[in-house]
Design a binder for this molecule. Sequence first.
Ligand SMILES: NC(=O)c1ccc[n+]([C@@H]2O[C@H](COP(=O)([O-])OP(=O)(O)OC[C@H]3O[C@@H](n4cnc5c(N)ncnc54)[C@H](OP(=O)(O)O)[C@@H]3O)[C@@H](O)[C@H]2O)c1
Length: 268
Amino acid sequence: MADGVIPPVLLVGCGRMGSALLHGWQAQGLSPSFVLDPAPTAMSMPHRQVADAAFVPEDFRPAAIVLAVKPQRADAALAAIAPLAANTLVLSIMAGCTLANLAAFLPDGCAIVRAMPNTPAAIGQGITVACAGRHVRPSQRALAGRLLDSVGTTEWVEDEALLDPVTALSGSGPAYVFLLAELLEQAGREQGLPAALARTLARRTVSGAGALLDASPEMDAAVLRRAVTSPGGTTEQALAVLMQPEAWPSAIRAAIEAATQRSRTLAR
Ligand SMILES: NC(=O)c1ccc[n+]([C@@H]2O[C@H](COP(=O)([O-])OP(=O)(O)OC[C@H]3O[C@@H](n4cnc5c(N)ncnc54)[C@H](OP(=O)(O)O)[C@@H]3O)[C@@H](O)[C@H]2O)c1
């Protein structure tokens, strides 16, 4: 897709993820658009905010309708936008809502992209994985990519089933990293560090290590790990505990497996 303003969008649901997307689009120049959400937010201005799809003017032709409501609200949102969706791209970020189930609510032949972003999208650092339905034209896929890239980077998969492990890894993944920060902070306090210092050290260690990883795309994480592991040193002692087969390797594997299974169960 060529650079320039983003064509008109109907954003359905302007909560945490929807407002992050809107912010990203506005930063790139968004054509006059509509936000459909029961509660007005300052964030959605200067675009027209409506609480009901009936208030979207009949002559408004969005290039994309972006669905960002909770999955439990999907049926109502899909019913509301179905009359507008005949010749436009529908981009859904709703967890667990499959292409087939989205299609069941939408006009025949509707172009649908299903995507799974994650919360660092709120600061433009998200990673999204997207899967295009069979009616999506190349220009619509490019538009979906542009809308998603405005809050980070986007990877595409052909096999929709991969969105279950994607959800487990990157969709839920920020929570695992926050847990790591919590546990480091707690363990630092237990070793006698003042609470404020333990908190600062834990947070900056997680964010700094993440930034270093990000700045080293050619290097495997294992290489970076080995680079800070001196033989006989402190890091080696800690890693010997964490890398016991029954410690992190099995805990992380079990966690991702459990989340993947849960995603499969919730898929509808
Ligand atoms: N947050 C994440 O980390 C994350 C990651 C990946 C994917 N997602 C997906 O992103 C979607 C949105 O999540 P979120 O965390 O942004 O949720 P959220 O903060 O609850 O935002 C959803 C918004 O949609 C509004 N809404 C509810 N029903 C609506 C309807 N029928 N039409 C229009 N708007 C409606 C809600 O208003 P009320 O509050 O008044 O109901 C709320 O403002 C979910 O499907 C989730 O699976 C989220």
